[in-house]
Design a protein around this ligand. Structure first.
Ligand SMILES: Cc1cc2nc3c(=O)[nH]c(=O)nc-3n(C[C@H](O)[C@H](O)[C@H](O)COP(=O)(O)O)c2cc1C
Length: 181
């Protein structure tokens, strides 16, 4: 089973990138996680470009998502929304439909008490309108600065919650696979 995980933050010390790294560490065979790190290299979405010839980095992103059994998105909250780079990446995938019926978990890590819940609602709405199966086990991580150090999640309760998210992704991917057979 193949998962793809991506962070919506380009910041070197990003809490959300630490979540994605931790998720990759937590997954054991037969589940593999590919961490996508190319969001910052995608050009700004342009429908004219998309309709003529999407650039190779966009095609590679689309193909990676298409090949995933489930996807995990970890988003920062900026001004009560998600990051521009994540929204831009998602815009490139609307037309191709690579996330249609795809199980997707949304995590938001924020140093605030709210855990980025507004960004989480925002990302979920965008994914839902794209046809993704957004998992109810999606997770806000409040006060994330205290739970994440040295680029990894160390808080036991958060690690347990992330394992639950991964288990939900595996269940949903299996159910989706059975429906497609
Ligand atoms: C421009 C800007 C806007 C922000 N707006 C919010 C916000 O609306 N809500 C929130 O919880 N945190 C907000 N923050 C704090 C971010 O959640 C925090 O910087 C977080 O660590 C960013 O995610 P990252 O660590 O993955 O890069 C904001 C930070 C910046 C730089």
């Amino acid at each position: 089973m193949k998962f793809v995980a991506l962070s919506g933050s380009l910041r070197a010390g990003s809490l959300n990138t630490a979540v994605v790294r931790t998720v990759a560490d937590l997954c054991l065979p037969p589940v593999s996680v590919t961490v996508y790190e190319g969001l910052g290299q995608l050009p700004f979405f342009n429908q004219d470009v998309e309709s003529v010839c999407p650039p190779p980095e966009v095609m590679a992103f689309r193909e990676l998502l298409a090949s995933a059994d489930a996807v995990l998105v970890s988003s920062p909250e900026y001004a009560h929304g998600t990051s521009g780079v994540l929204k831009n990446g998602l815009e490139w995938v609307v037309g191709g439909g690579e996330l249609v019926d795809k199980p997707v978990a949304v995590v938001t890590a924020s140093p605030s008490m709210t855990g980025g819940d507004r960004a989480q609602a925002w990302v979920k709405e965008t994914l839902e309108v794209m046809g993704a199966k957004v998992l109810p086990e999606s997770l806000p991580i409040p006060l994330a600065g205290a739970k994440i150090t040295d680029g990894r999640v160390h808080d036991e309760a958060t690690l347990a919650a992330l394992k639950d998210v991964l288990a939900a992704m595996a269940r949903a991917a299996k159910e989706q696979g059975a429906r497609e057979e």
